[in-house]
Design a protein around this ligand. Structure first.
Ligand SMILES: C[S@@+](CC[C@H](N)C(=O)[O-])C[C@H]1O[C@@H](n2cnc3c(N)ncnc32)[C@H](O)[C@@H]1O
Length: 296
């Protein structure tokens, strides 16, 4: 996180309503409607206020997914919910031939991307788009994208509307394309403690969805994707000055367009829990342990 966000400041404390979505929660109609109406506005205010200082550049992408970005030919990437560009600019730097489409429903976020020192029209097309409403194929040719990056964006969309995002993305993905996904997992400290600054989008506005393996697998399968890989990643982060041990959990996954056949065998083998630097546990689709091994 950017150093200008003060640790332990008033600003980080939830002062009002916190709405956490989970597969078992039901939102009251009032809050669902209010969130949907206000989400775009609040994210836009968030970027107006924090500019490009809140999220850190994501330098792990080539380490985690290099095999998908490299290879023959110019790769076309679509970053959905691009924010200030913390995913796209590290990618452009590493893969010097890549072309990136980047969209977000916050006009301020898209302007930050366009104002970035590494932005150039010949390599980036940045545009405003609400993924749940606007048809991506009006901006990008159908079946032309090699890789869609979905980094901490689907958790910002209400569960009822997630299928709309996946259907939208499907239109522009090549048949051989992949969706690279990373987002909050159930049991993340922010879900447990409800006071993490990551959750605060604006005054009185907090938002998150936490994915379970089962929910994520069904969501993508029901919308025409197969699971190629799915890891539950867990990391303990210690903050000595505040005497806190924080359990961060996120899901990292790769999806491809469904070929229409039943690929449950592949899916079972691919799903794993990865306690970083500690152990790797392979689960079947129902979360039962198949194998456990040390990774260090
Ligand atoms: C946590 S930020 C992640 C930004 C970026 N992917 C990154 O790697 O840093 C989530 C982003 O999703 C955007 N977003 C949320 N809902 C959206 C929607 N329905 N359509 C387009 N963008 C959306 C927000 O404006 C925000 O920029």
């Amino acid at each position: 996180m950017a150093s200008n966000v003060k640790k332990g400041s008033e600003e980080e404390q939830p002062t009002s309503r916190l709405q956490i979505y989970s597969t078992s929660d039901t939102l009251s109609p009032f809050w669902r409607e209010k969130y949907e109406k206000d989400a775009k506005k609040y994210w836009d205010v968030f970027y107006k206020r924090h500019q490009d200082r809140f999220f850190k550049d994501r330098h792990y992408l080539d380490k985690e997914w290099g095999q998908y970005f490299s290879g023959a030919g110019r790769k076309v990437i679509l970053e959905v919910g691009c924010g200030a560009g913390n995913t796209i600019f590290p990618l452009l730097e590493t893969y010097t031939d890549a072309f990136v489409h980047a969209c977000d429903f916050s006009p301020h976020a898209v302007n930050l991307v366009k104002a970035h020192k590494d932005f150039t029209d010949s390599r980036v097309s940045a545009f405003v788009c609400d993924l749940t409403i606007d048809d991506l194929s009006k901006q990008i040719s159908s079946s032309s994208v090699d890789i869609v990056t979905m980094i901490f964006v689907l958790s910002a969309v209400s569960p009822e509307k997630m299928p709309l995002v996946l259907k939208n993305v499907r239109k522009v993905l090549k048949p051989s394309g992949r969706v690279l996904f990373r987002d909050y997992a159930t049991g993340d400290l922010a879900q447990e403690r409800l006071n993490c600054k990551d959750q605060k989008i604006s005054e009185n506005f907090y938002r998150a969805f936490y994915f379970s393996n089962e929910f994520l697998t069904s969501l993508f399968k029901e919308n025409g994707f197969d699971v190629e890989q799915l890891d539950l990643c867990c990391k303990q982060v210690e903050n000595r000055s505040r005497e806190l041990v924080m359990n961060r959990r996120w899901v990292q996954a790769v999806f491809r367009l469904s070929d229409g056949t039943n690929s449950s065998t592949n899916t079972e083998a691919a799903i794993s829990v990865n306690h970083l630097g500690q152990e790797k546990i392979e689960l079947d689709v129902n979360g039962n342990m198949l194998k456990q091994r040390r990774t260090i």
